[in-house]
Each structure stands twice: as C-alpha cells, then as structure tokens.
Design a protein around this ligand. Sequence first.
Ligand SMILES: Nc1ncnc2c1ncn2[C@@H]1O[C@H](COP(=O)(O)OP(=O)(O)OP(=O)(O)O)[C@@H](O)[C@H]1O
Length: 270
Amino acid sequence: MGAIELRNVSFAYPNGHTANEHLNLEIKSGERVAIVGQNGAGKTTAVKLMNGLNKPTQGDVLVNGINTKEKTAAQISAFVGYVFQNPDEQIFNTSVKTEIEYMLHYMKLDQTEIDRRVERAVELTGIKRYLNMNPYDVPYSMRKFVTIAVVLAMETPYLILDEPTAGQDMDGIFTLARLMDVLREEGKSVITITHDMEFVADYFSRVVVMANKRIVADESAREIFWNEEWITEARIKKPQISELAKELGIDGSILYRNELVNVLAFDKNK
Ligand SMILES: Nc1ncnc2c1ncn2[C@@H]1O[C@H](COP(=O)(O)OP(=O)(O)OP(=O)(O)O)[C@@H](O)[C@H]1O
C-alpha cells in the first residue's frame, strides 16, 4: 500500500520567505484527510510539496516511495492530482471538454479510454450540460467542478482539493461528498484544504491542523474541535453545533446535531 510521506520537510520560496518548517506527515492511500488552519499558515505550500510543484528546501517528500526531488512536477502529478483554489488559475482551454481531455492526450491514452474517463469525470461532477461551453462562461461554482473533473479524469491515487466548498451551495457539497465516497470505494485518497469546519466535521475523520508554518495537531475531528489550545493557536472555528454545545455548557465533545438533540432530550426527560 502506498503513501505520501513528508519527512522533516521545510520549504522557503525563492524570495527567502520560509512557509513550512519541519513537517512530518504520512497519508496512506485510501485515507481522507482535511488540512485546516489560519490564512497564511502554509497549507497550500504544503500540498504543493505533495504533488511536486514545490520541492523541499530541507527534508524529503516521498510519493509511493518516490522522492519528489528526483522527478519533475509533471511526473509526480500522475500520482497526486491537485485542484487549485482558484479555478481561473488552472483553466486554459476554450471548451470544458478540451480542458478535461488535454492531460489525457498528453498521457497518450487512446480515444476510447479518453471518452470513458471524460464521461466518468463529468458524471461524478455533474457538469454534463456545460461540456461544450467555454469554461469562463460556466458559473463560478460549476467552474470549480470543471477543474475537479480535469483532475479526476487523470485517475490519480491521491487527489488534493484546495478549498472545494468555497462558493458552493448544498447541492455542490453533496456532489463533493458523493465523489469522495466513490474515490474511497476505489481506494483513492482525498486531501482537502478547507476553512469550512462543517464540511470537515461531516466528511473527514482525520484532521491536520497547521499554524505558523508547522503542523500542530493530527487527530480525529472530535479531538481537534474540542481542544481549545489548538483551536486558538490555529485560529479555527468550531462547527456551529459544537460551539452551541459549548455555550450551553454541555459536556461530551458534541460534533453533530443528533448528538446535541439526544443530550437535550435526555436532560428534558430527567
Ligand atoms: N510564491 C510565493 N512567494 C513568497 N511567499 C509566498 C508565495 N506563496 C505564498 N507565500 C507566503 O507563504 C505563506 C504561506 O502561504 P500559503 O498559501 O501556503 O498559506 P495557506 O495556509 O494556504 O493560506 P490560505 O488559507 O490563505 O490559502 C504566506 O505568508 C504567503 O504569503
């Protein structure tokens, strides 16, 4: 079984700014991990280390045993797909279909395989009706799904989503949840950077917290959201249900609505 491993990794940008310090992390294939933390904590820099866009200035990043320093970003991207935070930074073709097909042609796949992958990616992301449109004419929330489809079609064992819920309504979030479930069934990993703590609580059991260039915690969602020290250090919010439970002075590390309802119903019946 493969893994992405960060071994004592630090990274400084060419201007000398150090964005990551001494990161140690292992994400096994099939795992689903959320990365959270304040703006500028170094989350995007860290995931770009995972897909070879950034190379460590210290330490090593291994993807399924391959050291990213020994490969180009294009070679590593065959294993680790990365969906940019801003879709407009990723899109460069004039139709959704050609955008999704571009990398598949680069990978020299035959047309039957390309058609199969496009159909699957389009179905999973719900963008069929936009297929022949210019990506820039697609509404912003769906444009994000265009870029997700591009990376899904590459069928990498690891998929990184940078802020996937930004600008999404409930339908968009359900589409994301469904596609993450399909990837889990296929044994693929999803690594997500997000500021959306409801999304974290609902769909991620493992949460990595970053603050000031470092990883400060790597625990279950429940451990993270009920640890005031990590919450304060990383300046993250609790999910609303946890916040409410805390304000009501309820013990029990509440994370979900049904847990709060059960406690309140029990108290009422006492
Ligand atoms: N190309 C760059 N050159 C120099 N510094 C950079 C560059 N890109 C990012 N930084 C800096 O590195 C630090 C970490 O940035 P990064 O984007 O990794 O943070 P982040 O945790 O993903 O933040 P956000 O939640 O706002 O996306 C920030 O101080 C940022 O300004």
